[in-house]
Design a protein around this ligand. Structure first.
Ligand code: KIV
Length: 278
């Protein structure tokens, strides 16, 4: 029987993400910030929708994510979560909202209870292990974001590929291990060499999704406005290597999102041209 694409299958949850990884089914993830796009993504089969702090750049037009607040994330979670039937909704904890255990718990409580998110995402390596554990044992599912951490841009000086030398690669492998041990249910790797993405994924006990982390991770995530070719960065001609424009061949938005999901599932995306070498 062919499945009616307007009738969603069972909601995605953490166990479902683990099963997808075990079955070798790639996990398709995409950001959304409002009801209209969330409904399109849900219908198109996006497995995980992220209310990302990238909203500071693609909605507010800022040059970094640091001004984004918990109020902003909660507001956009409220615009997304009630309108999604199948996709798993994850939300970013914005800059400094998880600087202490109490702040992390308050921010998580807000995005989950007020916003309706089912998982929080935070940036950082082993130094975040205590926060991850504190949240995880209290029932907050956590995604740990490694590699390029946009919230640290003012410390790093620029958005650049991470983990290129062996010492940095080893450190990131160790971070991934410590964070999964601390209770992270998902890892996200941003802008790292494809070979390192593969090493971390092979060693990880939990699913790993990537953005500019190569083909061998368990799933891919991109920013919605980038795949629709309308984000300020792409319109200013600064398209990151891992971004692919799906608004080609006369596609409308729904078919563009559908094409992204299909290409992630089939492994067509990312191609080598979207990946970083060591
Ligand atoms: O904020 C965001 O959209 C993100 C993705 C780029 C992974 O963190």
């Amino acid at each position: 029987m062919t499945q009616d694409k307007t009738v969603p299958s069972a909601p995605v949850n953490i166990a479902g993400l683990r099963r997808m990884r075990e079955a070798g089914e790639k996990i398709a993830c995409l950001t959304a910030y409002d009801a209209s796009f969330a409904m399109i993504e849900d219908r198109a089969g996006v497995d995980v929708i992220l209310i990302g702090d990238s909203l500071g750049m693609v909605l507010h037009g800022g040059t970094t994510t640091t001004p984004v607040t918990v109020d902003d994330i909660v507001y956009h979670c409220k615009c997304v979560a009630p309108h999604v039937s199948r996709s798993f909704v994850m939300a970013d904890l914005p800059f400094l909202s998880y600087a202490t255990l109490d702040r992390a718990l308050d921010a998580s409580q807000r995005v989950m209870q007020e916003g309706g998110a089912k998982m929080v995402k935070l940036e950082g390596g082993r130094e975040q292990a205590a926060i991850v554990e504190y949240l995880a044992v209290r029932g907050v599912p956590v995604c740990a974001h490694l590699g390029l951490q946009p919230q640290f841009v003012h410390k790093m000086g620029a958005f650049k590929v991470q983990g290129r030398d062996e010492a940095a690669a080893e450190a990131m492998l160790h971070d991934a291990h410590v964070l999964a041990e601390a209770g992270a249910d998902l890892l996200l790797l941003e802008c790292i060499p494809a070979a390192l993405g593969q090493r971390i994924t092979e060693a990880s006990p939990v699913p790993v999704i990537g953005i500019g982390a190569g083909h061998e991770v368990d799933g891919q995530i991109l920013v919605l406005h980038d795949i629709l070719n309308i984000s300020p960065m792409v319109t200013l001609g600064r398209r990151p290597r891992f971004v692919k424009n799906y608004m080609v061949d006369g596609r409308d938005i729904e078919s563009a999102v559908g094409a992204y999901v299909a290409e992630v599932k089939s492994g067509v995306y990312p191609a080598s041209e979207h990946c970083f070498a060591a």
